[in-house]
Design a protein around this ligand. Structure first.
Ligand SMILES: Cc1ncc(COP(=O)(O)O)c(C=O)c1O
Length: 372
């Protein structure tokens, strides 16, 4: 029994099968599996789509964060402000590089980094702010850019979930991940633009940073067997670049599909008072990488998830534990919003291939659960 999954990657592939297969076959025929021509072609096409000067692809989104921070060449022990309600990649990479993640709380309605809390955490050791554009919506970049300018801080944007969304405020507009000094994304299969394995990219308008990031991603080499700085082996496979090239022209229509699903959830679930729906920040677009609702408490949330599971409908808890409470990065602070969200959020299936019939099945089961 397959039921309704969070994302349907097989029907997604079937939708673009001809285009993807043609690209894959072409790689099989030329045989340049590492750093083949598709890699640079994809970087060029993605840079054009985003309106950013440089795109450097790499092995995955976590490596992209590591390369971005390595490229910034920050002093050991420096502090970087990050949200606690997010994915683990940021603190993991910071601690590996002997930088210190400083966790802050998020806004309870948008799930995004709480700007008022950011200012409170700035010390003489702070060197950067790393907003996460969680679930596909951009953090308040207008405020983040202002704070960064006033305090001489770098901005590293985590756009792993928001690729293809746009930030637009009074003074700032641009593609998600391309507004700060450096930004990253992930091409993990379920992401807005997913490949068929691991993949990631770094974005920047700064030529020097771009040059360093490119070197770092390829063993710190300027040319073959000339290692100038310490680097990594983190390259996007040619095959993955080929798949992404086939899919990139359809990213906007895929996001449109996600938005349609989100709008239907929004209008149908708004009648259930026990559910708090995700709030939109008015600045720019939302790519709805996830559609995440909030329940009154953890018991109702867990019961709803179990009920949906019994009906063969997937749901996920993004995320069950705030980062400051994880054993690996644990700090004794109280971030009550992040903690509350971890026990009350539930993400529902969302992808461009989710049919109206499937979505009404989910909606009707949720209504039934709440006796509506
Ligand atoms: C917000 C965020 N940042 C970073 C990453 C890391 O990306 P990857 O899985 O490609 O390493 C993810 C992946 O789930 C993510 O959601």
């Amino acid at each position: 029994m397959k039921g309704i999954q969070m994302v349907n990657l097989v029907s997604h592939y079937n939708r673009y099968k001809k285009l993807i297969d043609a690209r894959i076959n072409s790689v099989l025929e030329h045989g340049k599996f590492i750093q083949g021509p598709e890699v640079r072609e994809f970087e060029h096409e993605l840079a054009k789509f985003l309106g950013v000067n440089h795109v450097i692809t790499c092995g995955n989104g976590t490596d992209a964060l590591q390369i971005a921070f390595m490229a910034l060449n920050l002093k050991e022990g420096s502090e970087v402000i990050v949200p606690s309600f997010a994915y683990a990649a940021l603190p993991e990479v910071l601690l590996l590089l002997r930088l210190k993640p400083i966790f802050v709380d998020v806004n309870q309605d948008t799930f995004l980094i709480d700007i008022k809390k950011v200012e409170e955490k700035i010390t003489e050791k702070t060197v950067a702010i790393a907003p996460v554009h969680l679930f596909g919506q951009n953090a308040n970049m207008e405020a983040i850019v202002k704070i960064a300018k006033e305090n001489n801080l770098k901005i590293v944007e985590d756009a792993a979930q928001s690729l293809g969304s746009w930030y637009c405020s009074e003074n700032i507009h641009g593609a998600s991940g391309c507004i700060g000094d450096i930004g990253i994304t992930s091409f993990f299969p379920s992401k807005n633009l997913g490949c068929f394995g691991d993949g990631g990219a770094i974005f920047t308008n700064d030529s020097k940073l771009a040059e360093r990031a490119r070197k770092i991603s390829n063993h710190g080499q300027s040319k073959k067997y000339t290692h100038e700085i310490i680097g990594l082996n983190s390259r996007l496979d040619t095959m993955q670049a080929a798949i992404l090239l086939a899919k990139l022209p359809h990213l906007e229509s895929c996001i449109y599909g996600r938005v349609k699903v989100a709008e239907r959830y929004q209008s149908e679930l708004s009648k259930i008072s026990s559910i708090k729906l995700p709030k939109r920040d008015s600045n720019g677009t939302h790519s709805y990488h996830q559609y995440t609702i909030k329940l009154e408490n953890s018991i109702i949330r867990d019961n709803l998830a179990a009920y949906l599971h019994s009906k063969n409908i997937a749901s996920m808890i993004y995320y069950p534990l705030p980062l400051h409470r994880q054993k690996a990065y644990s700090v004794l602070i109280d971030l009550s919003v992040s903690e509350n969200l971890c026990s009350t959020v539930l993400s529902l299936p969302i992808c461009p291939e989710l049919t109206e019939v499937e979505q009404f099945e989910i909606i009707n089961e949720i209504k039934f659960f709440f006796n509506q």
